[in-house]
Unconditional design. Structure first.
Ligand SMILES: CC(C)(COP(=O)(O)OP(=O)(O)OC[C@H]1O[C@@H](n2cnc3c(N)ncnc32)[C@H](O)[C@@H]1OP(=O)(O)O)[C@@H](O)C(=O)NCCC(=O)NCCS
Ligand SMILES: CC(=O)OP(=O)(O)O
Length: 335
C-alpha cells in the first residue's frame, strides 16, 4: 500500500517541523489547506500576501495568526529590504537595478521563494491562483537549480481512488507541467530525475515507461524516434533502472496488453513512472486520469531545484494544498 504524502511525512517523523511559505496567502483553499497541515502537525506555514486580506480569510475560517501560522506582507515585512539586496545581487547581470529588485521582492511569489533561498522557510507552494509559468520562473530565478541537476522538470503523483480495480496503482507522471517539447536528451534527464522522485515519494522501485502513440516500432514517425532515442540515452546512463518503450499507454499500464504488444518486457503492463513525449500529452493525460479515472493528482511537483518549490493546478482543492505541503516537506528531507 502506497502512503499518501501526509502519511509518509508522518512516518518519517522529521526532527524539526518544516516551514512552508505560501504566496497566495488569502486564497480560501490555500488557507484551509495550510491550516489543515498545521493542525495535523505536518508543518508550520507562512501565509504571504496582503496582511489585511490574509487575516480576514483566516478569521473567516475561525483561525488567527500564531507561531505556527504566520502572516508576511511583502510591502511591510522587515525582511523585504534584505530580500531586495539579495535579488539585486542575483539578477543584476540580467539588467535588474535596485528599484526593480525591490518591486520584484514585493511580489508575493518572489518574496515566498526568497524566504526559502535565505533559509526562513524549508520550501514554498503556490499556483492555486497564479499560472505555472509564474511559479516556475520565480523558483528557477530565486532558488535556482540543484548542483547535480541538468534541468528543472516536473511530475504529478497519481494515487488511485479507494476500491479501484484493474491494476490501479500509484504512479508518477512526468513531465505534465513544465518542459513543453523535450528533446530526446531532455526526456532521458526527466526520466532520471523522476526515478529518484519515485523512490523518494512513492517508496517503490521505478519501472519507467517511455510513452508514445507507438509500441516498439508499431508506427514510424520522428515523434516516435525521439522517444526511442530518449529511452536509449536513459539506458546508457542508468542501466540499473528498469525502463522500456516506446509504449502506448495501454501497453505500459495493462499487463495483458503489455504482453501482447511488447512480449518479454518486464516493464510493459507494469510501469509506475510514465514519461510523456511532450507537455500536450502529459498535461492532458494527467487531467484525464484525474477527472475521468478518479485518481488524486498532486502536482506539478518540481524536480531539479536547489530547494523545494512546488506548483498547484488552479483547479486544486484544499486537500491538494495539504498534500502538496507534505510533498514539499518530504523533498526537503531528501535533499
Ligand atoms: C518554465 C517556463 C515558464 C519558462 O518559460 P520562459 O519564462 O518563457 O522561459 P525563459 O526561457 O525566459 O526562462 C526563464 C528562466 O528559466 C530558465 N529555464 C527555463 N526552463 C528551464 C528548465 N526546464 N530548467 C532550468 N532552467 C530553465 C531559463 O534559463 C531562464 O533563466 P534566466 O532568467 O536566469 O535566464 C516555460 O517552460 C513554460 O511556460 N512551460 C509551460 C508551463 C505551463 O504552462 N504548463 C501548463 C500548466 S501546468
Ligand atoms: C498543472 C496545470 O495544468 O495547472 P493549471 O490547471 O493551473 O493550468
Amino acid at each position: 500500500m502506497t502512503l499518501l504524502p501526509q502519511e509518509l511525512l508522518k512516518s518519517k517523523a522529521p526532527s524539526s517541523r518544516p516551514v512552508i511559505s505560501l504566496c497566495e496567502g488569502s486564497d480560501p483553499r490555500i488557507v484551509a489547506g495550510a491550516l489543515a497541515a498545521h493542525q495535523a502537525d505536518l508543518a508550520n506555514v507562512i501565509l504571504v500576501g496582503d496582511a489585511d486580506a490574509v487575516r480576514a480569510e483566516l478569521s473567516s475560517q475561525g483561525a488567527s495568526e500564531s507561531e505556527g501560522v504566520q502572516v508576511h506582507d511583502p510591502l511591510t515585512s522587515p525582511l523585504t529590504s534584505k530580500f531586495a539586496a539579495e535579488y539585486h545581487d542575483l539578477r543584476k547581470h540580467k539588467g535588474v537595478d535596485e528599484a526593480k529588485a525591490l518591486t520584484a521582492v514585493q511580489t508575493p511569489v518572489v518574496y515566498a521563494a526568497m524566504l526559502v533561498r535565505l533559509g526562513h522557510a524549508t520550501g514554498t507552494v503556490g499556483g492555486a491562483v497564479l499560472t505555472t509559468g509564474d511559479i516556475v520562473r520565480s523558483a528557477i530565478q530565486v532558488i535556482g537549480m540543484h548542483k547535480d541537476a541538468a534541468m528543472v522538470s516536473s511530475f504529478f503523483l497519481m494515487y488511485p481512488p479507494k476500491n479501484a480495480t484493474n491494476g490501479a496503482r500509484a504512479m508518477l507522471y512526468s513531465d505534465c507541467g513544465l518542459v513543453i517539447d523535450p528533446s530526446a536528451q531532455e526526456l532521458s534527464e526527466i526520466a532520471k530525475a523522476s526515478s529518484k522522485s519515485c523512490r523518494a515519494l512513492l517508496e517503490t522501485e521505478p519501472k519507467i515507461g517511455f510513452l508514445s502513440f507507438s509500441t516498439k516500432g508499431s508506427a514510424k514517425h520522428t515523434a516516435v524516434s525521439k522517444v526511442a532515442e530518449g529511452l536509449a540515452l536513459f539506458k546508457e546512463t542508468a542501466p540499473d533502472i528498469e525502463a522500456d518503450g516506446e509504449f502506448q499507454f495501454d501497453a505500459a499500464f495493462v499487463p495483458s496488453v503489455g504482453e501482447r504488444k511488447a512480449p518479454g518486457s518486464s516493464v510493459a503492463g507494469h510501469a509506475n513512472v510514465m514519461i510523456f513525449p511532450n507537455l500536450d500529452a502529459g498535461n492532458i493525460g494527467y487531467k484525464i486520469t484525474q477527472r475521468l479515472g478518479g485518481y488524486m493528482a498532486i502536482g506539478p511537483v518540481m524536480q531539479g531545484l536547489a530547494k523545494p518549490a512546488n506548483d498547484l493546478s488552479r483547479g486544486c482543492i484544499a486537500e491538494d494544498v495539504t498534500e502538496m505541503i507534505a510533498v514539499t516537506a518530504l523533498q526537503s528531507l531528501n535533499q
